[in-house]
Design a protein around this ligand. Structure first.
Ligand code: AMP
Length: 194
């Protein structure tokens, strides 16, 4: 299996690029943000629990996220591979994902990190807010999402660096340019997988 995780700050283009990558490499696409939005839309107990945190721009608890990921990975095991969009976002989640995938003898191939400067992120998210109307795309929620990212998610990069699975990619450019860089990184990572 080719198992990829796409990492990067909010507004880096993870959603757009991961859909393209999933299509190119024929991977099962798992977006924890999409799963949570669906649960919120259905007003499920989990959705109701997560709603206020998401709308504020905070990270949902690791407990909830692990329940979601265990349930979803199980269903994706017979596929060509999995593409994780927006997971893991904390070191606890990263440890659990490594453990789960290793136990299933299908380790993560690499963590691709989309690198985009902060001013560009703010600009992109405010533009997206005009089009998509996501409830967490208000200026306050965007600022808080960036703070949560700095505090809780950036340590995930070191976690993957230490195990040799971290592949930074320049996320500034056209969708096609960034996609080509990501594809090259995947091919490189796949070639050197132990
Ligand atoms: P996204 O669509 O990936 O930007 O996610 C939207 C929101 O869902 C985030 O701002 C978080 O509130 C929540 N969320 C998504 N994935 C995670 C995760 N792995 N850990 C914690 N919260 C998450």
């Amino acid at each position: 299996m080719l198992n990829l995780a796409l990492f990067g700050p909010p507004g880096a283009g993870k959603g757009t690029q991961s859909k393209l990558l999933a299509e190119k490499f024929n991977l099962t696409y798992i977006s924890t943000g999409d799963i949570l939005r669906k649960e919120m839309g259905e007003k499920s107990p989990l959705g109701l629990q997560a709603k206020s945190i998401i709308e504020k721009g905070g990270l949902v608890s690791d407990d909830i996220m692990v329940q979601i990921i265990e349930r979803t990975i199980g269903k994706a095991l017979n596929s060509n591979g999995i593409l994780f969009d927006g997971f893991p976002r904390t070191v606890v989640q990263a440890n659990i994902l490594e453990e789960l995938l290793n136990k299933m003898s299908n380790p993560l191939t690499c963590m691709l990190s989309l690198e985009v400067p902060r001013e560009e992120l703010m600009h992109r998210m405010l533009e997206r807010a005009k089009i998509e109307g996501r409830s967490d795309d208000t200026p306050e929620a965007i600022k808080f999402r960036l703070i949560e990212y700095e505090n809780k998610t950036t340590p995930v990069a070191s976690f993957y660096q230490e195990i040799g699975k971290y592949f930074p990619v320049n996320g500034v450019g056209t969708v096609a340019e960034v996609f080509e860089r990501l594809t090259n990184a995947v091919e490189h990572a796949n070639r050197f997988e132990p």
